[in-house]
Design a protein around this ligand. Structure first.
Ligand code: ADP
Ligand code: MG
Length: 229
């Protein structure tokens, strides 16, 4: 049981003491399987962990251990064969704008849309905002990732690192409850990768989003995470 210390003057004497922090995301005994008529591949077996508000939780593991499958399940694309995934106490049954994934691949941006159109698109498609507000918010997050000047460029005019910055801006613009990242920097050269890790931390300092980050790199896990599973 956690002990809660009250700072003098921080709360009224009559206020109920806050309970222990409840996790934002709960992965509870989750097993995931790929079924074909010939076989069943079990990708994860009874995995449990909790992610708290503003955590940078890293799932670290060797290739093939089921990290991507687990992330897709949290995103709502793969239903658990056993166990439960809960977001803010509600069982996850499918994809939603409260969980956005950034993938490793550079081709996650439609090439026929400009940078700002790429960021605006999910805001409009999910009816989160109207056209003018969506553009304003997109430009805000593009500025945060240092790409304000490239708003009207097309993805093929950008480097790999810049494309990943667009994908991050697009995800953050949706203001998801949890940002999911699946080895987002794995396809970048070592120097760019390092720079992107530092930029992600700086962005977190500013925006304080909740992050679930998958990597096979121990070094990356230590740089990015505040908690590692
Ligand atoms: P990681 O991301 O940790 O490298 P994955 O989640 O991609 O691991 O894969 C976990 C296991 O599930 C592996 O054994 C892989 O071969 C298997 N797997 C992944 N995707 C599929 C699929 N679409 N169909 C069948 N098996 C799959
Ligand atoms: Mg993977």
């Amino acid at each position: 049981m956690a002990t809660i210390t009250h700072l003098p003057g921080a709360a009224s004497a009559h206020a109920a003491p806050p309970g222990p922090a409840t996790p934002l995301l709960q992965v509870d005994n989750v097993s995931l399987e790929y079924r074909t008529p010939q076989s069943v591949v079990r990708a994860t077996h009874r995995v449990s962990f909790d992610v708290y508000q503003a955590d940078r939780f890293v799932l670290l593991g060797a290739s093939g251990c089921g990290k991507s499958t687990l992330l897709k399940s949290v995103a709502g694309f793969i239903p658990p064969a056993e166990g439960e995934i809960r977001l803010a106490g509600q069982v996850v049954h499918g994809p939603g704008p409260d969980r956005i994934v950034v993938f490793q691949e550079f081709d996650q941006l439609p090439p026929w849309k400009t940078v700002v159109q790429n960021v605006v698109f999910p805001l409009l498609a999910s009816r989160t905002l109207g056209r003018a507000e969506a553009r304003e918010r997109a430009l805000h997050y593009l500025d945060k990732v240092g790409l304000a000047k490239f708003a009207d460029a097309y993805p093929h005019q950008l480097s790999g690192g810049m494309k990943q910055r667009v994908a991050i801006a697009r995800a953050l613009a949706m203001q998801p409850q949890v940002l999911l990242m699946d080895e987002p920097f794995a396809a970048l050269d070592a120097l760019t990768r390092r720079k992107m890790q530092e930029e992600l931390l700086a962005l977190w300092e500013e925006v304080r989003f909740t992050l679930l980050f998958v990597t096979h790199s121990i070094e990356e896990a230590l740089v990015v995470g505040n908690r590692i599973g």
